[in-house]
Design a protein around this ligand. Sequence first.
Ligand code: HPA
Ligand code: ZN
Length: 361
Amino acid sequence: MAMSQPVPPIDFDAIPPSALPQLLRRMPKAELHIHIEGSLEPELIFELARRNGVSLPYPSIEALRAAYAFQDLQSFLDIYYAGASVLILEQDFFDMAWAYLQRAAGDGVVRAEIFFDPQTHTARGVAMGTVIRGLSEALAKGRRELGLSADLILCFLRHLSEEDAFATLEEALPFREHVIGVGLDSSELGHPPEKFARVFARCRELELHVVAHAGEEGPAAYIHSALDILKVERIDHGVRCLEDPALVARLARECIPLTVCPFSNVKLRVFPGLPSHNLPTLLKAGLAATINSDDPAYFGGYLLQNFQETFDALPELGAREAWLLAQNSLQGSFAPEADKMRWCVELDAVFREKTTPSSGK
Ligand code: HPA
Ligand code: ZN
């Protein structure tokens, strides 16, 4: 077998800071933490309310947007679930997901692993098939027309019972081929991962990928139990891990990706502002942190804007960290290995191009 030439490392120091905005846009990246219901823009909420004859407690788009001032996770969730009430028909789910995918493609996203909350819809009498078919059709169109690789992750609402989660899993099984994994979201405090031990065990038997929100508002202990009891492959948020040095060492050793969401953390007051976000510390600790938008319609922006403003606010973040965050996202995704390898090669090429002074692109 022919040996390939060793590739020299990327010389990040030879990348001028002025190249950073363009690198952030152009670098291929994966979004691993996006709730599709959190991409529902006020304009689409009003349009769907009109189409479906749903009355909203806000007189205008502006009034709804003005209500997006949150004190904590629960105050956000109350308004987020209310917004989702306009989603009734397959077409509505399609329109919401298609709008997100177009924005994501524009932000340089090559892979999206998209959360959806079926219980929010089935509890209102919307059939599981309506939700999954509408979303899946949009993802198929995204693959065909945008070249964007995307899959669905079904999230259980942790404020509901494990029995409810089991019933939701049963309802989703006829659509197994459209779902690559399960997650755990909604109100974290008081609803530890332990509550869902059996349903996650069943999901693992079904060879679904498993992830969970942990350590957003909840303590580092929830991250430990998500790993030990749910046996998750990634931690969503996880920013409170720094409170426990042994946990940090474990996350680094086991290469567990953390899907960090900077705008979300500021809007839900996990940090007072982007300049005090712990992302640089997570990276310095050797953790496989990534940047994600969480609920972009509610928190002020999509993935690229999360990258840009986070980098603007934190001087420790430069070209090396941009590359690392993109690499972590691609490697931490559940995409086929061949796709990951191809994207990583493209990622390196985008950065190498910027180390040559002659490239003015
Ligand atoms: N945390 C928990 N549940 C959620 C979130 C979040 O950030 N976004 C949507 N559901
Ligand atoms: Zn989330």
